[in-house]
Design a protein around this ligand. Structure first.
Ligand SMILES: NC(=O)c1ccc[n+]([C@@H]2O[C@H](COP(=O)([O-])OP(=O)(O)OC[C@H]3O[C@@H](n4cnc5c(N)ncnc54)[C@H](O)[C@@H]3O)[C@@H](O)[C@H]2O)c1
Ligand SMILES: [Zn+2]
Length: 732
């Protein structure tokens, strides 16, 4: 590595590629973790991550704390309350071949200074991680992983899963137990759910994983209860009191099974690398045997003492590794490359292929992301290409089979004009990777995507207004005129207007018209009319839902802001801004400086918001929604108590008499205090109840001030100085 790198500067080419990749990964994370609707395959995502890691190894200056390689998941954002995990929830490091598994084993052996066998092999279930907290055997909380430290409180939803016991059974149930596991949707249930969603005019889920994540995080737990969700346990967090925690992962599983928790029958404890590989090979051939989708195998060091010794990196334990199976690959012909136009005008090339069955579904289109990806992949129209599809439904063109070229293939040329409105395409600013259609107001493609988005799960959430309806509203067959010319028209639709509308059906992934497989002609529908010429069920539902959306409880300023499709303003940003300004009017009136001062909003986002509100037709959207009766203001939040504990860190342990540990934590947090799960020298106070265990001992050892419940009361009411006089001296 040159002196340049050490001085903290990476070559411009590396910086450029790093920035490009970071943006692709950030966008993918957002779609995957926040929207539950990914648009790239896991294999493509993993390839981007590996390239990022390699760049950072070569240029350590690029490894900043905000690089995607240093984080777990994505910050949470949602209708759910956030909740701090008792102990950090981690991701897993990946291996893609036997050598990488061997390297992991060798490293563990070197670090542990002995053979870490036996190992526990189990299936890597493609679902979402969940943490369940049991106090005295009662389920008190369920939370998603979030960014690993803070997740979403989904307790009410988790309670609806038949696999999740409300109360643990058997002997020796710990006083406090956190169980981690995977919530998943069996493949059959996933297929059925998607059929129902499509029938109801809603967007189907991309794969069982996203469908599990979306279903668990429904605002109404009764909806979650209707979804075929299941769970399998794969770890524990804190285990305090009751029978002592067993000494190995496998014994823990058997104990959890006795407590009534769902444990897999398919895990095996094995002695070494040969057996690990045999397990991996067996399930490579039997991947589809289980009722759920798997994306690999997880290998863990079975002994807990060794697990503790090996510890974790910033995002994953060193005592475990996830072996990921490669996705299935087939060859097919690339017939054409067409371009689609997205919500922000971004123009994306798609491969149109000879239809082919891969991983159980027929594929004929695949995204090529952007013009430079087409160049990188080196594919030409007419090529035979390698097509890859992982467990999910998003296919990807990997590369051309160059040996099969006959000279008739032609290079793809990016169009100069928008395929949907004819406007000349342009880069928004120098150095952008993507060409855009600048006709933001009336480009039918952009409007269709924005309307679809505004009606989506994260904005107004309007049942009946799916992709087909959005197309029909914005792009009827000529000479019919669009009912929606900008978002301003969204809440003024009437039944009479809807009835005659006819339009083509478009593919939501690409925006391209769908063709009838028999005639090859575009499919045309009268989506809002039923066979007897009356209003279809969907149209009725859509009108009702539009009416209800104006004032329903879920319609918050944050969601209205999301629905406006302002660049860079996704749900997390919208929530931060809404919390500060509380009305769309106040946001519209805010200066760039005021917007930038909101935590989590930088100058770039502030400028985007400010600029957006300066445009006349944008202001018209806000005015017309407001005139239609859409609620554009949030109620004032309850006043926070004075922030007397800001800057201090607390650990709560043992059983308190007057309140639960969660309540104590919430009371501390509401006064600005930070609640941590383990005691360190930096802990300001440890609050102890009855039967406090190792944390109490550690506090004594480190000399951290200790408060009992009486002291906690004083702390909350009169602040830390007053409480300092109340610390408890443990008996020698
Ligand atoms: N397609 C996309 O756009 C996109 C975007 C982001 C992430 N991803 C995918 O998600 C991965 C990263 O997500 P991640 O951080 O959750 O890592 P991961 O899925 O590779 O592994 C960690 C997770 O595995 C789960 N898991 C399943 N079975 C398990 C078992 N038996 N034991 C322990 N854990 C088990 C746990 O929930 C754990 O959090 C990427 O590698 C990629 O495949 C895809
Ligand atoms: Zn256009």
């Amino acid at each position: 590595m040159g002196a340049e790198t050490e001085a903290g500067v990476a070559p411009a080419s590396a910086r450029k590629r790093h920035a490009e990749l970071a943006e692709l990964v950030d966008e993918a994370n957002w779609r995957y973790y926040v929207l539950d609707a990914p648009t790239v395959s896991d294999a493509q995502y993993d390839a981007w991550m590996r390239e990022l890691q390699r760049l950072e190894e070569e240029n350590p200056a690029l490894r900043t704390p905000d690089s995607p390689t240093q984080r777990v998941g994505a910050p949470i954002t949602s209708d759910f309350a956030s909740v701090a995990h008792l102990r950090r929830m981690e991701s897993l490091d990946n291996a893609f071949n036997a050598d990488e598994v061997a390297a992991w084993q060798a490293r563990a052996e070197r670090l542990a200074e002995r053979d870490p066998a036996p190992y526990l092999c189990e299936l890597k279930i493609d679902g979402l991680a969940i943490a369940l907290v049991y106090e005295k055997g009662r389920l008190v909380r369920g939370a998603t992983r979030g960014d690993g430290r803070v997740g979403e409180d989904v307790t009410a939803n988790v309670r609806t899963l038949a696999d999740v016991p409300q109360r643990l059974s058997g002997d020796g149930v710990p006083d406090l137990l956190e169980v981690r596991g995977e919530v998943y949707m069996p493949v059959e249930g996933f297929k059925r759910l998607n059929e129902q969603l499509v029938e109801a005019g809603r967007q189907p889920f991309a794969n069982p994983r996203n469908s599990a994540a979306g279903s668990l995080r429904m605002k109404d737990p009764r909806e979650t209860a209707r979804r075929p969700l299941r769970m399998i346990v794969h770890g524990v967090g804190p285990w305090e009191g009751g029978a002592p925690m067993p000494a190995s992962q496998s014994q823990i599983y058997e104990r959890l099974r006795e407590f009534g928790l769902p444990v897999s029958d398919l895990y095996r404890v094995v002695g070494g690398l040969d057996e690990i590989n045999a397990y991996i090979e067996y399930y490579r051939g039997h991947r589809h045997d289980p009722a759920y989708e798997i994306d690999g195998v997880v290998v863990k060091v079975d002994g807990l003492t060794l697990q503790r010794e090996l510890g974790s990196t910033s995002r994953a334990p060193r005592w475990a590794i996830a072996y990921k199976y490669p996705p299935e690959e087939v060859n097919t012909r690339l017939l054409d490359i067409q371009v689609g136009v997205g919500r922000t005008g971004r123009v994306t090339p798609f491969g149109v292929m000879e239809p082919i069955v891969v991983s159980g579904s027929t594929v004929e289109r695949a995204t090529l992301h952007n013009a430079s990806e087409v160049v990188r992949k080196g594919v030409r129209i007419g090529d035979t290409v390698v097509l890859r599809k992982a467990g999910d439904v998003i296919p990807e063109i990997v590369k051309p089979v160059e040996e099969l070229r006959d000279g008739s293939e032609r290079e793809f040329v990016m169009p100069t004009h928008c395929p949907e409105c004819g406007t000349e395409l342009a880069y928004e600013k120098e150095g952008d990777a993507d060409l855009r259609c600048p006709n933001t107001r009336s480009c039918p493609a952009q409007l269709r995507e924005r309307i679809f988005f505004a009606a989506g799960r994260r904005a107004f959430d309007i049942e009946g207004l799916g992709y087909v309806a959005a197309t029909a509203l914005t792009q009827p067959l000529p000479p019919q005129q669009p009912l929606i010319r900008t978002e301003a028209d969204l809440f003024d639709l009437t039944a009479e207007q809807l009835l005659p509308i006819r339009s083509v059906v478009r593919d939501p992934d690409t925006g391209l018209p769908k063709t009838d497989p028999e005639t090859g002609e575009p499919r045309i529908v009268s989506f809002f009319a039923n066979q007897s010429g009356g209003l279809s069920k969907n149209a009725e539902k859509m009108l009702q839902e539009l009416e209800r959306a104006k004032t329903k409880e879920e319609t918050t300023v944050a969601r209205v802001l999301v629905a406006l499709s302002i660049r860079h303003v996704g749900p997390p940003t919208a929530q931060a801004i809404a919390a500060e300004f509380r009305s769309i009017d106040a946001i519209a009136a805010a200066s760039e400086e005021e917007l930038a001062a909101v935590e989590g909003v930088g100058p770039r986002v502030a400028a985007a918001i400010h600029d957006w509100f300066q445009v006349d037709w944008h202001r018209e959207i806000v005015d017309r929604w407001s005139a239609a009766g859409v609620r554009m203001e949030d109620e004032a939040p309850a006043d926070l108590p004075p922030q007397t504990l800001a800057g201090l860190t607390f650990v709560v342990t043992g059983t308190l008499a007057g309140l639960t540990r969660d309540e104590a934590g919430a009371a501390l947090a509401s006064r600005g205090g930070k609640v941590a799960s383990s005691v360190s020298k930096k802990t300001s106070f440890v609050i102890v109840g009855e039967n406090a265990g190792s944390k109490f001992d550690k506090a004594v050892k480190l000399g951290v001030p200790i408060l009992d419940e009486e002291g906690l009361k004083v702390l909350l009411e009169d602040g830390p100085e007053a409480a300092a006089g109340m610390t408890v001296t443990p008996e020698a």
